[in-house]
Design a protein. Structure first.
Length: 376
């Protein structure tokens, strides 16, 4: 098949890059021809080693914007997106790929498709939504109803199960989230220690309550010395200043190492490989509904986890790959951290067996097969 991937998301870091890389790797491994379609001067962070076609209109970056400036950029992006989608329609008519994939979409993308010529596409167009929160679900369902009249627009929602708040639409289907895998040349690097080196990774936001987590970590009584790596990629100046404040606050703690930078590609993968377990102590409600990219990175890299019980609770309910704590229960994070570290050596083999099982069930190959076999 000839598969076109339309990408317009611009971020300093994030799993959009890893998701695109995973799609390209799986599609090309299966023998499909892949081409990227991106806005003019799109800043690729990785070399995907596939052809690229450019559309007029530069991508809009929201980095470090807020208030009126962010609203103006959103309006600009909406206008440009409509032009991109009109151009995608012309591409679909003239080049006739077998399918066009929009790898990271939202209800705004669906709304723009409604108001563009792309809705009349002669080939399947598959926007992928990465989970649905209750607040976003009605907006997506409304767009799905409008787009049901256009059979080539097929909406995919990455969701752990088939349940979407009790609603079903003929043009909307669920696919399981994929794990994120290391490059082949890095995949055989073994875990480092029986006493786990812990890692806190990802885009830093104040909602993740890193300061509170580090305070608890410093109070824990571990049976052996434990190292913690804290990496944070910051987008706004406020988050960057807050991360630096926290780094200074805990600079005297010798078993905590900080890394304030965005990690992309092999540098990101080596950092994940360099720890034995990932800690996700943030409890934002949206992680109950949207697949956590960090959790599925942990699974793909065969790392056990300690996480808040609101982060994709179905995963730990079916796969014993770590421990969950209750954020609202005072002292629970400390108790769970201590239990995890102090029993890690004894539980390590079971964690690895369960991680193997989860990798089989959430493989990237399964995701790509599900996307390409969408119902007619």
């Amino acid at each position: 098949m000839r598969v076109a991937i339309f990408e317009s998301i611009v971020t300093t870091a994030g799993h959009e890059h890893d998701f695109d890389k995973m799609l390209v790797s799986e599609l090309t491994a299966a023998g499909h021809q892949v081409e990227f379609i991106v806005p003019q001067s799109y800043p690729f962070k990785l070399d995907y080693k596939v052809p690229v076609r450019y559309l007029p209109g530069e991508a809009v970056d929201y980095t470090d914007t807020s208030g009126l400036a962010k609203m103006l950029l959103a309006a600009k992006r909406e206008w440009r997106r409509r032009n991109w989608f009109n151009a995608l329609y012309e591409y679909a008519k003239t080049e006739k790929p077998d399918v066009i994939i929009i790898p990271t979409a939202s209800y705004r993308f669906l709304r723009t498709i409604r108001h563009s010529r792309l809705k009349m596409t002669p080939v399947p167009v598959i926007p992928i939504l990465h989970g649905l929160t209750p607040s976003a679900a009605d907006k997506v369902f409304r767009q799905a109803q409008y787009l049901a009249a256009y059979p080539q627009i097929k909406l995919a929602v990455i969701n752990i199960d088939e349940e979407l708040f009790g609603r079903r639409f003929p043009n909307l289907f669920c696919v399981k989230p994929p794990v994120y895998l290391p490059n082949d040349d890095l995949a055989d690097i073994p875990p480092l220690n029986d006493i786990p080196v812990l890692g806190f990774f990802g885009q830093y936001r104040r909602e993740k309550n890193l300061d509170g987590f580090l305070s608890v970590f410093c109070q824990c009584r571990f049976s052996h010395p434990v190292q913690l790596l804290v990496q944070g990629a910051t987008v706004t100046t406020e988050d960057a200043a807050d991360f630096e404040r926290i780094q200074q606050k805990y600079a005297h703690v010798t078993n905590i190492k900080f890394l304030h930078k965005a990690l992309i590609g092999e540098e990101w993968q080596r950092a994940i490989i360099g720890v034995d377990a990932l800690i996700m102590p943030y409890a934002a409600e949206r992680y109950r509904y949207q697949p956590s990219a960090m959790l599925f990175t942990a699974i793909g890299f065969h790392k056990a986890v300690v996480l808040a019980d609101s982060i994709n609770p179905e995963v730990l309910a079916h796969y014993r790959i770590g421990l969950a704590f209750h954020p609202e229960r005072e002292g629970d994070l400390k108790a769970v951290l201590e239990e995890f570290v102090n029993t890690y050596s004894a539980q390590k083999q079971q964690y690895q067996a369960e991680l193997n099982r989860a990798n089989a069930d959430f493989s990237p190959t399964c995701l790509v097969q599900s996307i390409l076999s969408v119902p007619d």
